[in-house]
Design a binder for this molecule. Structure first.
Ligand code: HEM
Length: 514
């Protein structure tokens, strides 16, 4: 990216039949086909904004620019309006803060007092209570305990039939929500999980779609979910003892994690309403479940449908389970996260099933490859195009479009004894992709703060199921339970917005081994 004020060429416009209508319509209703038309850099108009879609490493690297030029905040204020249901006045408080997310304010913005540096303070909460090693571990420990309880409660030593995606949408979501937001939220709102998944389905439409008066349905779902998170906020503030020992506890039933408690406290102290705090809870629910449940489900589907892979994964994860001093079988987390095959499958599934258009607002005129990109334009970079790029990911016999469990393994020759020439080949996890070829968690300062927890949560959930159950594939089914004649594919309704769930469910038979 270089500043060259004399050149004035604009990137090509994406062809369309009806100017300003056809591209927008396809973008909003059929993102999968829209993405197939993108290569290099092309422009179109979306909801009166000039948008440029970029694909390919040469163009994508421009989005890695500093946040005062490649600003992620505009996308977040859009989410504040459309997802959080925040008032215009309170969104303005964020918009008026032009000091950035870094500790050192943007040049010329040093006069903004620290307590009004909302982007920075908000970012700090993520860094300290969500991304840090300490709180990632706390969240993961709570999740593991709660998910193990769900698995025990929902299964037996007799063979039973289960629809895998449905099972994960209910039970993994419950364990994740309780870990993050406590148990009261679900006691107060027994319908919350079902409502959340309805919201998940319209989350993308809400962001870029039609206004409420033309398309009321997505807003009605959002409002229903918002009233549930509001109930939780009110109840937690009425009942939680801010002078008691739980104030710094890793978990409590009212707010849940330390992260959720500190966010609630910060919003109040910074003068934001409970409506905003509840909207934030709703947005975090989306961050928490919208990607992790589809990814864990896809991992299990890939493993279960291939008996050879199943037995390899079983013998690998078996190594991470130990009998503790009470005679209980427990997972050794450190050992689990060092296992190569499960890590390779995790990365492969992220590659194939996360489709997110990383979005940045250009804060001053820039030049990309000789094209002028004007201040105020939006740049979008679809992860799906980079993740399916044959040049970056293809291997002989294993095209980028096909799942290959071993894609991220490298073979290493190890000596079996220090004085011996005898050796053996062992696979190692090896992730060599550049940031421009693999970015399921976005880029830079706005990169997903939940990514460390997500990895733990997903791998633990998959390992718990593979180790604990004998599992047999039965058939593929449609949403209504009828048998499908094909396996699951990405549900393209979700392209561009988050994890793409399977469009078919997998019916399995399972029984507990322990
Ligand atoms: C496989 C799992 C996940 C994937 C693929 C994923 C992906 C993403 C992406 C692509 C972004 C936008 C980044 C950008 O604009 O550059 C994001 C943001 C975010 N994610 Fe995740 N995420 C995952 C799991 C989680 C989890 C478990 C949480 C926990 C709460 C979480 C919380 C968030 C939050 C709060 C943001 C917004 C950050 C901000 O305001 O700057 N995510 N995520």
């Amino acid at each position: 990216m270089a500043l060259r004020p004399k050149k004035r060429k604009q990137p090509p416009h994406l062809p369309e039949c009806i100017p300003c209508v056809s591209n927008t319509f396809q973008y909003l209703t059929d993102m999968g086909s829209f993405l197939h038309r993108i290569s290099g850099i092309v422009g179109f108009t979306l909801v009166r904004k000039q948008v440029y879609m970029v694909a390919g490493a040469r163009y994508t690297q421009n989005l890695l620019g500093p946040p005062h030029i490649m600003d992620p905040n505009m996308f977040h204020t859009l989410l504040m309006d459309k997802h959080w249901n925040m008032s215009k006045n309170e969104i303005k408080l964020f918009e008026n803060d032009t000091s950035g997310r870094r500790k050192t304010p943007t040049l010329g913005m040093e006069h903004i007092p620290t307590e009004r540096r909302h982007w920075y303070n908000h970012h700090l909460l993520y860094a300290e209570f969500l991304s840090s090693a300490k709180y990632t571990q706390c969240l993961a420990d709570t999740f593991l305990r709660l998910f193990s309880e769900r698995l025990r409660a929902e299964s037996s030593h007799l063979w039973t039939t289960v629809s895998l995606h449905e099972f994960m949408k209910l039970n993994m979501t419950e364990a994740a929500i309780k870990s993050m937001f406590g148990s009261k939220i679900l006691e107060l709102n027994p319908d919350l999980i079902r409502t959340y998944w309805e919201f998940d389905e319209v989350a993308g439409i809400l962001v870029w779609g039609l206004p409420r008066f033309l398309s009321p349905h997505p807003y009605a779902i959002r409002d229903r979910l918002h009233s549930m998170t509001s109930q939780m906020t009110d109840y937690a503030w009425q009942n939680f003892d801010w002078n008691g020992p739980d104030v710094s506890a890793d978990w409590d039933p009212y707010f849940g994690s330390r992260f959720s408690r500190e966010v609630a406290r910060w919003f109040r102290n910074a003068g934001f309403s409970d409506r905003t705090a509840s909207g934030h809870t709703m947005a975090t629910l989306f961050g928490l479940n919208g990607n992790t449940i589809p990814i864990a489900t896809w991992m299990l589907m890939e493993i279960i449908q291939d008996p050879q892979l199943s037995s390899k994964v079983r013998s690998e994860v078996d190594q991470a389970f130990v009998i503790d001093e009470t005679g209980q079988r427990q997972v050794d987390i450190k050992q689990l996260f060092g296992l190569p095959l499960i890590q390779s499958i995790y990365i492969e599934v992220l590659r194939m099933h996360i489709s997110f258009n990383v979005t940045r607002e250009v804060k001053k005129d820039i030049f990309i490859d000789g094209y002028r990109i004007k201040k105020g334009s939006i740049l979008q970079c679809p992860s799906q195009i980079a993740h399916y790029d044959e040049a970056a990911w293809g291997h002989e016999g294993h095209p980028a479009s096909a799942f290959w469990a071993q894609r991220h393994l490298a073979e290493e020759h190890v000596s079996v004894a220090s004085d011996s020439k005898v050796g053996m080949i062992t696979p190692n996890f090896s992730m060599t992709a550049r940031p421009t070829s693999f970015f399921p968690f976005g880029f830079g300062y706005a990169m997903c703060p939940g990514r460390h927890f997500a990895k733990r949560e997903i791998i633990m959930a998959v390992a718990m199921i593979i180790d604990r159950f004998d599992i047999e594939f039965v058939n593929w089914t449609h949403v209504d339970g009828s048998v499908s004649d094909r396996s699951a594919q990405n549900d393209m309704k979700y392209a561009g917005t988050a994890g793409m769930p399977p469009d078919r469910d997998m019916r399995i038979r399972w029984k507990r081994r322990w």
